[in-house]
Design a protein around this ligand. Structure first.
Ligand code: CUA
Length: 310
């Protein structure tokens, strides 16, 4: 994954924000240098010397007063204008169009829906490159904040309110993001990943996501599939093509195709999935995934089954 920094923008929206930030930084730095430089110069040039009389006292200077009122006002006008221009690029108005993506913030993971196709995933957003995408932002519980620094601005996800954001990626890559509003104990592990792909690859991914889960073959896989349906897993999770249809926790239909587990906490490997199922609370304390007190053989069967959910 590329280092996620607002200084390496990968979209027109993020570029506008980054440029505005750098410009403001330069302006502020010049003012800082001017002011500190003048202070140092004046302190040295007009320093007191032994035997000198008290200098002449000056009560005021109208020309100076006007200059140091007008100059900062002009700087503010320039900064304000540049900000308006950047906002038009980074945050263009939303019309009547349907969103390309709906992202719902949950404690502490991201639900990702593609309303145009019906695909659903979690914690990893796949997008086609070179296209401005309208993202609808919602929350299922408390205020979260959606931010993928390289792809666009950040925006709150507020319960009972719908917000929008434009997102775009110039070129393929994996771009890290995070929840940017404190939302409870696992706020720090509410990460997300945006995977930008050429249109054809994205289409293939989306087709794959629309397929139901494959039928479980025999052995551990079949045993895992059975356990999944019999235990409380189905109260929260969905696996399309099976009886599990709950929307409280991440959709697991294609969990094995994702790069991470538990919203960026763990790389998605069989070993990590095993640790996660054995004791989620040890890895992500406070998470709504309970410790189900599974036996080692149950965990093995569930992992075997979930590894087939590509
Ligand atoms: Cu969600 Cu912080």
């Amino acid at each position: 994954m590329e280092t996620s920094s607002p200084f390496t923008p990968r979209s027109p929206q993020a570029l506008a924000i980054s440029r505005l930030f750098v410009l403001n930084l330069v302006i502020a730095a010049l003012i800082f240098l001017l002011v500190t430089g003048l202070i140092i110069y004046i302190a040295y040039r007009f320093r007191g010397r032994p035997g000198q009389p008290e200098p002449r006292q000056i009560a005021g200077n109208r020309r100076l007063e006007i200059a140091w009122t007008v100059a900062p006002a002009l700087v503010l006008v320039v900064v304000f204008s540049l900000t308006l221009v950047a906002m038009r690029t980074a945050d263009p108005p939303v019309g009547q169009q349907k969103p390309d993506l709906v992202v719902v913030g949950h404690q502490w993971w991201w639900e990702v829906q593609y309303p145009k196709s019906g695909a659903i995933t979690a914690n990893e957003i796949h997008i086609p490159t070179g296209k401005p995408l309208l993202v609808q932002l919602e929350s299922a519980d408390v205020v979260h904040n959606f931010w993928i620094p390289q792809l666009g601005p950040k925006r709150d996800m507020v319960p009972g309110k719908t917000n929008y954001i434009w997102m775009e990626a110039d070129k393929p890559g994996a771009y890290g993001g995070a929840c940017s509003e404190y939302c409870g104990v696992q706020h720090a592990w509410m990460r997300l990943l945006a995977i930008a792909q050429p249109q054809a690859e994205f289409d293939a991914w989306q087709q794959q996501q629309l397929r139901g889960a494959p039928a479980a073959a025999g052995g551990d896989v079949a045993q895992g599939a059975k356990l999944f349906q019999q235990m409380t897993c189905v109260n929260c999770h969905a696996i399309s093509g099976t009886g599990a249809q709950a929307r409280v926790a991440p959709d697991l239909t294609h969990v094995a195709s994702r790069q991470t587990l538990a919203a960026g906490l763990l790389q998605n490997t069989p070993a990590n999935l095993t640790s996660w199922l054995a004791d989620p609370q040890a890895l992500k304390p406070g998470s709504f995934m309970p410790n189900l007190q599974l036996s080692a053989s149950d965990v093995r069967a569930l992992v075997a089954y979930m590894e087939t959910l590509k």
